[in-house]
Design a binder for this molecule. Structure first.
Ligand code: TXA
Ligand code: MG
Length: 315
């Protein structure tokens, strides 16, 4: 299959309307979309990604009115979160309507919904005219793509179209909040911080290692976001060992900085989050064996970054 690149959202949307898949940019990472109401189109996403089919997909919308096509009801907590954070990097999990096929939700009776805050994504979703189910546009187990070049290196020849648009701004995935129970639970940390969620719904909880809560978010059980090199989290920059096959990313410069194969210094937690996945890919391309990542304090956006570092380092 030839993969065409386009900068025209309406041209990419035509693929969605004819039952095919398209990679498209959002403010978080690139997504690989298909018509969420067409099971056979959604199956193509799993094929292209090599993704286990019990892992549910987020459904992307252009307008808040589309929520009622997908969800049975919108509890109070969800209304408040939607009011405050849509459009933006937040996914709310709601009870699904029967019209949402099981392939989208991995057989769950709930659906994750998000409205991106990204000019190109918004135009694309508007032109699709249907809700678009989309996971991150990487091969399963690879870091989420933050550039169209990263999408191409994973999916060239496997998908018919990539929409190239404004670059992603955040570089880390959306926050996922389950609003189907009494107490809203943050299932995946992300670009909207737990502190921000709590400022709107003070009763919200973080999913811990509690099995019942984790079972609600199947994605959390898979190894994720991992480069081929071994990721080692270091509490301080002094613990990173220089070497030509070693890489380093962090806020402080390591010792003997010029003796690493690759180094990324970041001037803020936001910059660190923005660079992380692309750096992992650069390390793979350079044949790096060990990637030292300076740890960050798990507060604010640091909580999501800390989580992604931990996932990438566990095997
Ligand atoms: O920023 C993002 O969220 C990106 C862009 C493309 O929107 N998408 C993304 O999708 O990261 P994906 O498939 O890589 O991650 C979706 C996460 C998984 O952890 C999945 O388990 C969870 O959301 N999820 C989706 N629907 C769910 C549901 N109904 N119940 C619980 N968790 C759900
Ligand atoms: Mg993903």
């Amino acid at each position: 299959m030839k993969t065409i690149r386009t900068e025209i959202p309406e041209e990419a949307a035509a693929f969605i309307r004819s039952g095919d898949v398209v990679a498209f940019p959002t403010e978080t990472v690139y997504g690989l979309g298909a018509n969420a109401l067409d099971a056979s189109a959604v199956i193509k996403i799993f094929k292209a990604k090599g993704r286990p089919s019990d892992n549910p997909l987020i459904v992307h919308i252009a307008r808040t009115e589309q929520i009622s096509e997908l969800a049975k009801d919108v509890p109070d907590s969800a209304s408040k979160l939607i009011e405050r954070f849509f459009p933006g990097p937040l996914t709310v999990v709601l009870k699904k309507k029967d019209s949402v096929p099981d392939v989208v939700t991995g057989g769950l009776d709930t659906v994750g919904i998000r409205m991106p805050l990204h000019e190109t994504a918004a135009r694309f979703l508007e032109a699709c005219g249907v809700p678009v189910a989309a996971p991150s546009a990487n091969r399963s187990g690879k870091p989420s793509p933050t550039t169209w070049q990263a999408v191409l290196s994973d999916l060239d020849g496997l998908i018919p179209c990539i929409l190239i648009g404004d670059p992603v701004e955040i570089g880390i995935e959306s926050t996922v909040v389950d609003c189907t129970q009494e107490t809203p639970v943050l299932l995946r940390t992300g670009a909207v911080t737990f502190e921000q969620i709590r400022s709107v719904v003070p009763e919200a909880l973080l999913a811990g290692s509690n099995d019942k809560i984790l079972a609600r978010s199947p994605g959390t059980k898979y190894r994720h976001y991992a480069p081929s090199g071994q990721v080692q989290i270091v509490a301080t920059f002094e613990l990173a060992i220089p070497g030509p096959n070693h890489a380093y990313i962090g806020l402080d410069a390591p010792q003997q900085v010029d003796q690493f194969g690759l180094v990324q210094l970041c001037d803020s937690v936001e910059h660190y989050a923005y660079r992380l996945y692309d750096f992992f890919r650069a390390c793979d391309a350079a044949g790096i064996h060990v990637i030292y990542c300076q740890d960050v304090e798990p507060v604010g956006l640091g909580r999501a970054l800390h989580d992604r570092l931990n996932r990438a380092s566990s095997r």
